[in-house]
Design a protein around this ligand. Sequence first.
Ligand SMILES: Cc1cc2nc3c(=O)[nH]c(=O)nc-3n(C[C@H](O)[C@H](O)[C@H](O)COP(=O)(O)OP(=O)(O)OC[C@H]3O[C@@H](n4cnc5c(N)ncnc54)[C@H](O)[C@@H]3O)c2cc1C
Length: 305
Amino acid sequence: MKSLQKVIDFIDNNLNDTAYYLHEDMKKHTTFKTGGPADLLVEPQSISEMQKLMRYVFKKEIPYLVIGQGSNLIVSDKGIRELVVKIGTNLSQCAVNNETIEAEAGATIINVSKEAQKHSLTGLEFACGIPGSVGGAVFMNAGAYDGEIKNILEEVLVLTVNGDLLIRKAKELELGYRTSVMQRNGEIILKAKFKLQKGNKDDISQKMKELTQRREKSQPLEFPSAGSIFKRPEGYYTGKLIEDANLKGYKIGGAQVSPKHAGFIINTGNATSSDILNLIKHIQTEVRNRFGVELETEVRTVGEF
Ligand SMILES: Cc1cc2nc3c(=O)[nH]c(=O)nc-3n(C[C@H](O)[C@H](O)[C@H](O)COP(=O)(O)OP(=O)(O)OC[C@H]3O[C@@H](n4cnc5c(N)ncnc54)[C@H](O)[C@@H]3O)c2cc1C
């Protein structure tokens, strides 16, 4: 907490536009709606303030965690002792220029796909139901229905661990199945430029409508979740493995394997993150014992354990 007080002092004395919150309830910042408080959560309102703040954080070696929409996160029930840097509506400008869209990392990828549709640009329809930020979507190389960020990303603006701003071309980012180089090098994504193609506005709307209907039909969107809990193991379908292990509907505390889609864990109302993590362990053990398949989580667990 001592080092976080230094961050507060730095913000008070040097930054005009950076909001901060003490003991912030992380349930408000995760789609699972679980997790304990963050000691300090900050929201810089511009890239220049973000850079100033993070240069200080890097120099003082203060541990930190960047989050977007928290739609792929399980936050420990004890909460987070590191500085939480939220990139959300505070950094969410989006600009269309011919066939490219440049969006700040905090814009939601859903809004960016709507913006593409408005300008008759095709290529981002696949993302119209992914509830993450642009930064989180690039970091995870998010994808759905045969589309993925890798196919449309031209370049990103990142903040390096030295505090420099740098443009990186998509091919430098080692984008693969739910992975990117940012998962290993600690760089913070501040903006992304997507290269799309001219299309027919009505066709784009129709495709987005169809994909939304497919999602609503197959996914438990009426409950808090983090989407697919596990990555797809090669040669298998995760949902089917879990179903064949007789775990569809299985519950620990308030966490349940969705009766609608076994690849999802849902918060039925009063789940804790421990319930979710215990359920994940149980599923992994059962699937390993029955089928010899290792299920690796796609969701990321953060905070104090
Ligand atoms: C109902 C539902 C459906 C979903 N469907 C899909 C789907 O179809 N396909 C899919 O791929 N995912 C899906 N997801 C998962 C999730 O939406 C994606 O993984 C998304 O890309 C995460 O973005 P986020 O902003 O929420 O990231 P967060 O959950 O906030 O963070 C995820 C990781 O990204 C890092 N991160 C976030 N922002 C930045 C940044 N600016 N710079 C550096 N690192 C950053 C964080 O440190 C963390 O490690 C779904 C989730 C839900 C709840």
